[in-house]
Design a protein around this ligand. Structure first.
Ligand SMILES: NC(=O)c1ccc[n+]([C@@H]2O[C@H](COP(=O)([O-])OP(=O)(O)OC[C@H]3O[C@@H](n4cnc5c(N)ncnc54)[C@H](OP(=O)(O)O)[C@@H]3O)[C@@H](O)[C@H]2O)c1
Length: 279
């Protein structure tokens, strides 16, 4: 293994945190496979010497095809970064079940199916790292984002189980908990909140919450972390001799995580209403 370049597979590499991370690993001499559905957006990665692969993480055949291609070519995968994900917005009452299932298909089952496809090779190697991109939203809930939080809570729970199950094989599992990070995530989430807000009773609050995300992610007047902040933390999880089980990073990560952990629930709820300007 010594002197051999690391073989890295990262999902959701077509934009945001995934693309930035993929490019950063190339700069460190790794062999990088970036997976996504919009393969045309993988061109910047290919131009720098990486490999783009089509993969829809909700499709079992697509996952297997992606992993098999890498194994056939490289014989191993050293690091899997499960990054593909999106934010499903809307009140719990309004989000249709089909959409809620889609949220879990991508953020939870996509992540576990990809992991299951890679694990037989990592177990055989007796080494490997799995880095799961969760969110600060895997530690607390906020209004109009219930299904997203539920999916990221699942990522946290499953990653903790995996870490203990895989210890005996020398495979390390880390969770990354990004705070607000300037990518398409916020724009997509705000759009989802508006799209799913159909009941008049919810519309005032839904608008306010969508505006909150637009304020941070769409407007350039507010400052939130660049994807490179999260990339640096992912690199720590990839290269540390003893990677931590979880890393938080980026705008508001400490504020939200410690706030929700230590503040009484009534205070946390009150703060959330003030922050999001909702009733
Ligand atoms: N930005 C933030 O503030 C923030 C905060 C906390 C956590 N996160 C998490 O960070 C991760 C990356 O998000 P981002 O912020 O970089 O947003 P982004 O720019 O929207 O990137 C999301 C990526 O996920 C991929 N994806 C979505 N559905 C997919 C599917 N069915 N199959 C395969 N790939 C799929 C997209 O690729 P294709 O559409 O091309 O397939 C895209 O590359 C997500 O898990 C997100 O929940 C983000």
């Amino acid at each position: 293994m010594k002197n051999k370049p690391l073989i890295i597979l990262i999902t959701g590499a077509s934009s945001g945190i995934g693309l930035d991370t993929a490019l950063s690993f190339l700069n460190r001499g790794a062999v990088v496979y970036g997976a996504a559905r919009r393969v045309e957006l993988l061109k910047p990665l290919e131009d720098k010497g990486g490999y783009g692969i089509f993969c829809d993480v909700t499709d079992a055949a697509s996952i297997l095809n992606c992993v098999n291609k890498i194994i056939k070519r490289e014989g191993r995968i050293d690091i899997l970064i499960n990054n593909a994900g999106f934010g499903l917005g809307g009140s719990v009452e309004e989000v249709p079940l089909e959409e809620a299932k889609k949220q879990f298909d991508v953020n939870v089952f996509g992540l576990t199916e990809m992991t299951k496809a890679v694990l037989p090779y990592m177990r055989k190697q007796k080494s490997g790292r799995i880095i799961n991109i969760s969110s600060i939203g895997g530690k607390f809930s906020s209004p109009f984002l219930g299904w997203y939080h539920a999916s990221k809570y699942c990522v946290e729970a499953l990653s903790d189980s995996l870490r203990m199950e895989l210890h005996q094989f020398g495979i390390k599992v880390s969770i990354i908990e990004p705070g607000l990070t300037r990518t398409d995530w916020g724009k997509i989430t705000a759009k989802n909140i508006r799209k799913n807000s159909l009941i008049e009773d919810y519309s005032y609050n839904a608008d306010k919450v969508a505006e909150y995300y637009e304020k941070y992610y769409v407007s350039t007047n507010t400052k939130i972390s660049k994807p490179s902040v999260i990339t640096k933390i992912i690199q720590k999880a990839a290269f540390s001799k003893h990677p931590k089980p979880r890393y938080k990073a980026g705008t508001f990560s400490s504020f939200y995580i410690y706030g929700s952990k230590f503040a009484p629930t009534w205070l946390y709820d009150f703060a959330m209403r003030i922050l999001m300007k909702i009733k």
